[in-house]
Design a protein. Structure first.
Length: 65
């Protein structure tokens, strides 16, 4: 978005203000990618979702092996 703003109106500066992570948005795609690479997703998804993802990814690993 900042790059498009610069392209459309280069004389206007874009400023980012980061919110507390409790109020931020994290895409499910990013959570899945972090999880698939072995990253910790606690706090990004509820425990039941994390448990289901563990089961799902273990099935995928076994099918691909």
């Amino acid at each position: 978005m900042a790059l498009m703003n610069r392209r459309l109106r280069p004389e206007i500066e874009t400023l980012f203000l980061m919110s507390n992570e409790a109020y931020s948005f994290v895409s499910s795609r990013m959570v899945k990618e972090v999880f698939s690479l072995g990253g910790n997703i606690s706090g990004l998804a509820p425990p039941p979702v994390e448990a289901r993802m563990r089961g799902r990814f273990s099935q995928i690993k076994h099918k691909g092996a």
